[in-house]
Design a protein around this ligand. Sequence first.
Ligand code: UD1
Length: 388
Amino acid sequence: MKIINIVGARPQFIKYFPISRVIKHFNRQVDSGINDVLIHTGQHYDYNMSKIFFDGFGIKEPDYHLEVGSATHGEQTAEILKKTEAVLLEEKPDVVMVYGDTNSTLGGALAAAKLHMPVAHVEAGLRSFNKYMPEEINRILTDQVSTCLFCPSKHPVNQLETEGFAAGINNGELVTEKMLTRIGEQMKFDKNNPLVVNTGDVMYDVLLTTQEIAEKKSNIIDKLGLHEKEFGILTIHRPENTDNPEKFKEIVSFVNNVVGDKKIFFPMHPRTKKAYDDVNCTFADNIKIIDPVSYFDLIMLLKNSNLLLTDSGGMQKESYWLRVPCITLREETEWIETLESGWNILYRDYSGSHIPDLVGDKDSQGLLYGDGHAAEKIISLLIAGFAT
Ligand code: UD1
């Protein structure tokens, strides 16, 4: 079986890591003969937005680098579509795997679907119900052309059902190892009848398998002279926050107000850096702006912190898994289970002017997004369904 994996933006390098690891493992253990071909679209290209993740995780060099770089949404997506199509025609894969909700996800999925190749979407079914977000457009369209919709939890399975997709396998409950072969054998991989299944979240696989490595590889806590649970983390990169100066000012003022004199570290995304240079407001002096950091550094920072303020989807879940209270700097979130858990709150719903005392349900910790074996389930299903 030949799988083409398409990545291009920072979170996709992280999501591909457990998939690539499982493929290698399966090839060694049971000689499953999976040919893993990797395409990097080049959507992210700075060292600390791209290569730092390949180096950190030991991900192989991409087989194809499309070098699309930054552009308007239409131009970037079109370049990805065009260049991916050329690779797909040459490689003739059995399945094309895309991740999340970026322009690389949509461009890759469209290229494959137009060639009648099965598309497997990792992180399917998420919705913010805000079509002003480019990610929402990307998710909806990618799901519509996908053959296998791998959902990280039960909510997105239910959402897909309400949109007219077939009922999720196992009523949307997490699939178990035992069920995999039977489901795979029954799958027809019919584009007109896609498979919807709750496999759990690959980001949880990554967190569980790399914590020890992060402890060894990262020295950021010492480097920044930090003490456990005495500082917070801030990240902002969504266009709806950075590209509207009034909104950006509102966020800056909210953050300054909430954190008071607490020490905060802010690894700043390049988009945000440009917007911040142009906007007429400043973060308080105790909010230290640093360059974007590696996954391992970020996890060590988060784990040792006692507050997260973010508009990132991935970090809302990571803070939930690491039991760090999170204020989400958005009007809504796709990760509603984190709100329900009590560890996350939308900034509009937070009326206080000091650091909130969020303490969620510790018993449900870690269980809302699978059991840490999402990648194994995804690859097992593909083997059962596609291997000839
Ligand atoms: C993209 C994804 C978003 C994801 C995020 C993760 C889309 C529509 N958005 O947003 O879903 O959460 O990645 O980080 O696909 N830039 C650099 N260096 C880089 C990459 C980007 O300087 O290596 C700058 C460029 O000016 C670029 C801007 O950042 O125009 C935005 O980059 P882009 O990839 O378009 O969107 P992100 O905000 O990173």
